[in-house]
Design a protein around this ligand. Structure first.
Ligand SMILES: [Zn+2]
Length: 317
């Protein structure tokens, strides 16, 4: 049996998985990222953790196929991180080479949402498909595009950065500095902004009943979906507004790569049918029938383990 390491590095924690070649996770670990100590310190600790896990499972070094890692930010050629979204580390860092030297294994690195999409192709909702779009709807929006079985990285590793497609010229301001980005409308943050601006002028609704009882009276995207599910017209209209923009944004991508499956994950996707039914109902009017032919829009399956499973999948791709 051969084995793989999958690593999901985030701003706070680094998650590790030791998997067998069939995709079964044999061991899970997590350590603090502590990125302020610098990348050299961080990668040394990663190498130590990997060695500890290998010894714990009594696996021969020659049976380890390598280490895959998902990281927030654009990654070039599955080696070089162009810039780090969450860490105070210098850009254009050859993470694959540095970690390869520290561990002695083959290392492949890619953007975190690209990796999650690959995980869904290997073990999740998109098994058996070669043209897939993955979308993570969370605080922001990330995307991963698999075309003809391969991840699309592009010239600078920014392929799949769908959150910053402009879908409304001169629209709402985005955290990236541009206006009208996809994520300014349909990320959890975007949904919360929209709800707050509407609540400012209308408090006669179930959403306000929920929010007004919360400490700090802060709207969360989940509150909007919960109120909508209970029949609140005010919240149903926000969900309608949101699914309209998701359908519009996705339809653009359908015409670029003509996927067989779109997999949607992240916190917002947990809203379930109310979200997926809304997207399915609206996407047709934006899309050519040939792009809709056989298209499936599915929730992601892998959940919290998507990052480590997908990172391991980099070594098989
Ligand atoms: Zn943006």
């Amino acid at each position: 049996m051969k084995y793989l390491f999958g690593i999901d590095i985030g701003g706070t924690n680094i998650k590790f998985g030791l998997l067998n070649i069939d995709g079964k996770i044999l061991l899970n670990e997590s350590i603090k990222t502590n990125s302020e100590a610098g990348y050299d310190d961080c990668f040394s600790r990663i190498a130590e953790e990997i060695e500890k896990m290998r010894v714990e499972k009594n696996i021969d070094k020659s049976d380890i196929l390598g280490v895959g890692m998902g990281i927030p930010g654009p990654v070039l050629h599955q080696e070089i991180v162009s810039f780090f979204a969450n860490f105070p580390w210098e850009g254009n860092l050859n993470v694959a080479r540095i970690l390869g030297e520290k561990t002695g294994y083959r290392v492949k690195v890619d953007n975190d949402v690209n990796v999650i999409t690959l995980g869904e192709v290997w073990q999740g909702s998109a098994v058996g498909y070669s043209d897939v779009i993955g979308m993570a709807l969370g605080t922001g929006i990330g995307g991963g595009i698999v075309a003809d079985g391969k991840l699309v990285g592009g010239a600078k590793g920014a392929g799949g950065e769908i959150g910053h497609m402009t879908i409304v010229p001169n629209g709402k301001l985005c955290g990236c500095g541009k206006k009208g980005c996809f994520e300014a409308y349909v990320s959890a943050t975007g949904i919360e902004r929209e709800a707050e601006s509407r609540l400012a002028v209308n408090k006669n609704n179930k959403l306000w009943d929920i929010i007004s009882k919360k400490e700090g009276q802060k709207v969360e995207a989940k509150d909007v979906f919960d109120a909508a599910k209970s029949g609140d017209e005010f919240s149903l209209d926000i969900v309608d507004y949101t699914t309209e923009y998701i359908a519009h944004g996705l339809s653009i991508l359908l015409h670029v790569t003509n996927p067989e499956v779109v997999v949607i994950g992240g916190g917002v996707a947990l809203a379930g049918d109310i979200l997926f039914d809304g997207i399915a109902a609206k996407i047709k009017k934006y899309s050519l029938p040939v792009c809709m032919d056989g298209l499936q829009i599915l929730p992601a399956k892998l959940g919290n383990e998507a990052g480590i499973v997908g990172a391991a999948a980099l070594l098989l791709n």
